[in-house]
Structures are given as structure tokens and as C-alpha cells.
Design a protein around this ligand. Structure first.
Ligand SMILES: Cc1cc2nc3c(=O)[nH]c(=O)nc-3n(C[C@H](O)[C@H](O)[C@H](O)COP(=O)(O)OP(=O)(O)OC[C@H]3O[C@@H](n4cnc5c(N)ncnc54)[C@H](O)[C@@H]3O)c2cc1C
Length: 362
């Protein structure tokens, strides 16, 4: 018997397991596939919501806590796993001035460094490869990125070092509920008992929550392409007209992403390849000549306003939810994990949990 079973070993389940382990709990993560093999692997790893001023305080609170945590988290994970997650402060440039006032107000309120750039020369000094037709934008020099596949690998390595239990390739088939309280979960092979169970199954979470009213977490497919480039050629993350590019340390460049509500289908398409290739070349013309090494898709756990559910289940004792992080699971993950662990261990909570409840207007 474990103190806590977590259903789903994406970044949310794994970060939550690590927090609970550090608080002294005996945790078991049960994952249908390999740990971190779904959305958490597929994402871009930008450690900020895109256009954070469009989001509610509930999202910004989680994001700002996580942003402060990432440098020490990446360091600890490197020590525990020997894997460098490539946390890099490459900054984020938005090539649009339409939302300037809103962005400036937001930056002041949240004490985030943001510069409005109207100087043609300066914006090309920030990113020399930027399309010459782009003449201004909003520049956030402190925004970091992390290489998601390395983050999930490092988390798995930290489980091995810290002795956190996990079971891969083990789908949970059912929750065991008795007298209004959770007793454990069933898999195809066995029944596992625990007094607390957390649903952290990303886009697949709604099925486990089983509420009378509709729980709004649905898969939103995101396709991405990756160019093989030269290290140092492109230096900054750039967001332009809804598309972004993310340069990695080894010269590879990611271009994303699509937003598609097509159920649980993860197929990649030629249309998306073309859309992303054209959008990337419009931002950085040099990308037009670079080879596309790979294309993939992931299923984001979508909610309309992007506010995750981090809460106890209102009807089933001992059942908890940490899901629905939509486009921001990597940036919101550490703070969401901390809040969930605080709720479960009965510690004082760092954030007002009301906005993350199942009953809150998501
Ligand atoms: C293209 C793309 C770009 C993105 N870019 C960013 C970004 O730049 N920054 C950012 O912060 N976020 C980004 N995201 C979003 C981020 O990746 C997600 O919000 C985050 O990964 C969600 O984590 P999760 O652990 O909830 O979900 P997942 O990683 O999907 O994990 C859920 C896990 O639950 C498992 N599971 C499901 N059902 C069962 C079951 N029955 N039994 C056992 N296990 C089960 C699944 O196999 C899966 O591994 C992006 C996403 C995509 C797709």
C-alpha cells in the first residue's frame, strides 16, 4: 500500500510525486506508456505563458512561482540524474505592438522585465536573424526555456536516485471507490491500494473525474517541426502572429504550433508541416533553407481559460486532481505540484486554492 498513487507520469504527475516524496510521503506513479512520453515530451518548454497578460491571475500566480523555482529545480535534477535539462535564458521577443499597453501594465504589476522596442536597429541587434520587415516588438529578456524531453528524462533519473516508485506501461483501468472514499486503483494486472489518489492524466483526465456535470478537459493537438541548424545562429525565442520559434543549444530550432480539436488523434499532417514551415521562415528567413529533421504532435490537456484543476474531488474523499494545464504545463508544473502536495499533506497552502477548484468557473 502506498500513501499516494498518482495516475499519469507526465511532467505534472512526476513533479507532484517529487514534491510529495520530499514531504515524506510514500508515492507510486502509474503510467500507461513510458514516463513523460505524451504532451510533456512534445512541448516547446517555454517557461512563460505566451502573452501572459492575456491570462488570469490564477495562471500568472502559478507561472511566477514556477519561474522562480526552475533554476534550483534544474540544478537539483542535474545532481540527482546527471542530466542537463538545458534551462536557458534565451529571452522571448513578441513581434507585435498591438497589445503594448496591456503588456506594459501586466509587466509592471508582476515585476517582469519587458521592453517596448520601436527601434528597427535595436530589434535586429536582439535577434540578428529576424526578418528585416519586422520593425518593433515587446522584448522580455529574462524568459527561460527548458528542453522538455531532457526534463522528463531527468525527472525519471531523479526518481531512481531518490527511490520514488513508478510503474510504466501500466494503464489504470478503474478507480476503486467504497463508501464515498477512494481505496486505490485497478490495472489490468492487479489492484493497488492507497488512501489518496491523484488524477494527473493530462488530456485523458476527464474520464477519471466522472462528475455529473461536465468536466472540461479535452485534448488539443499541437504539431511542431524541428529544423537542424547551427549552434548560435538563432539566439532568441520569437513569437509572431500566433507562431513561435525556439532555438536549442545544439542549433536545432523548433517551430510551433498548431491548435487542433480533433480528439485523441496524434497524426502529423502535411498541411501543418507547410503552415509551420512558412510561419517559421516569415519570422527567421534563414529557416527557409534549413532541413526539417522531425515533425510530431502532442495532446495538450485543454481547458477554455487555461486554468488547471488543482483540488480535491468534491464528492470522493481522498481523490485529488492536478490536470488541465493546457498550453502551460511546463511553466505551471512546479507551482501546481507544490500546491497539490500542500493540500495532500495538510501544510499551509502558498496560494488561495479557490481558483483551481472543480467548482470554479474555468
Ligand atoms: C506542441 C506543444 C507545445 C507546448 N509548449 C509548451 C511550452 O512551451 N510551455 C509550457 O509550459 N507548456 C507547453 N505545452 C503544454 C505542456 O506540454 C502540457 O501542458 C503538459 O505537458 C501537461 O502535462 P501533464 O503531465 O498534465 O500531461 P501529459 O504529459 O500528457 O501526461 C499525462 C500522462 O498520463 C498518462 N495516462 C493517461 N491515461 C492513463 C491511464 N489510464 N493510466 C495511466 N496513465 C495514464 C499518459 O500516458 C501521459 O503520460 C505544449 C504542449 C504541446 C503539445
Amino acid at each position: 500500500m502506498s500513501d499516494v498513487i498518482i495516475i499519469g507520469g507526465g511532467v505534472i504527475g512526476m513533479l507532484t510525486a517529487r514534491e510529495l516524496h520530499q514531504a515524506g510521503a510514500d508515492v507510486l506513479v502509474i503510467e500507461r506508456g513510458p514516463l513523460g512520453g505524451e504532451s510533456s515530451w512534445a512541448g516547446g518548454g517555454i517557461i512563460s505563458p505566451l502573452q501572459p497578460w492575456r491570462y488570469s491571475d490564477a495562471v500568472n500566480h502559478l507561472a511566477e512561482i514556477s519561474k522562480a523555482v526552475y533554476p534550483s529545480l534544474a540544478q537539483q535534477l542535474q545532481e540527482e540524474s546527471n542530466i542537463d535539462c538545458e534551462l536557458t535564458t534565451s529571452g522571448l521577443l513578441f513581434t507585435d505592438l498591438d497589445e503594448r499597453m496591456q503588456a506594459e501594465d501586466w509587466a509592471q504589476e508582476w515585476a517582469v522585465e519587458l521592453h517596448t522596442i520601436k527601434d528597427d536597429k535595436l530589434i535586429h541587434e536582439i535577434e540578428p536573424q529576424l526578418n528585416r520587415a519586422i520593425r518593433g516588438g515587446l522584448w522580455m529578456p529574462k524568459i527561460m526555456q527548458i528542453r522538455n524531453p531532457k526534463l522528463v528524462k531527468a525527472l525519471k533519473g531523479s526518481f531512481d536516485t531518490l527511490g520514488i516508485s513508478y510503474s510504466e506501461h501500466t494503464p489504470v483501468t478503474e478507480l476503486i471507490i467504497d463508501g464515498g472514499a477512494i481505496k486505490g486503483v485497478s490495472t489490468a494486472r492487479e489492484t493497488l491500494t492507497a488512501e489518496r489518489v491523484i488524477i494527473a492524466s493530462g488530456a485523458w483526465s476527464a474520464g477519471f473525474i466522472r462528475q455529473e456535470r461536465n468536466v472540461e478537459i479535452e485534448p488539443v493537438k499541437g504539431q511542431m517541426i524541428m529544423f537542424s541548424g547551427e549552434p548560435g545562429l538563432i539566439r532568441r525565442m520569437v513569437l509572431s502572429s500566433g507562431h513561435y520559434i525556439i532555438p536549442r543549444r545544439d542549433g536545432r530550432v523548433l517551430a510551433g504550433s498548431t491548435l487542433e480539436r480533433t480528439g485523441f488523434d496524434k497524426a502529423v499532417t502535411a498541411d501543418a508541416n507547410r503552415e509551420l514551415r512558412l510561419a517559421a521562415a516569415a519570422i527567421i528567413p534563414a529557416l527557409a533553407n534549413m532541413e526539417i529533421e522531425r515533425q510530431w504532435a502532442g495532446l495538450r490537456p485543454g481547458t477554455e481559460r487555461g486554468i488547471p484543476y488543482i483540488c480535491p474531488h468534491p464528492e470522493i474523499d481522498g481523490l485529488f486532481i492536478n490536470a488541465g494545464h493546457y498550453r502551460n504545463g511546463v511553466v505551471l508544473g512546479p507551482a501546481s505540484a507544490r500546491l497539490m502536495a500542500e493540500m495532500i499533506t495538510g501544510q499551509a497552502v502558498t496560494l488561495d486554492p479557490a481558483s483551481y477548484a472543480l467548482e470554479a468557473a474555468h
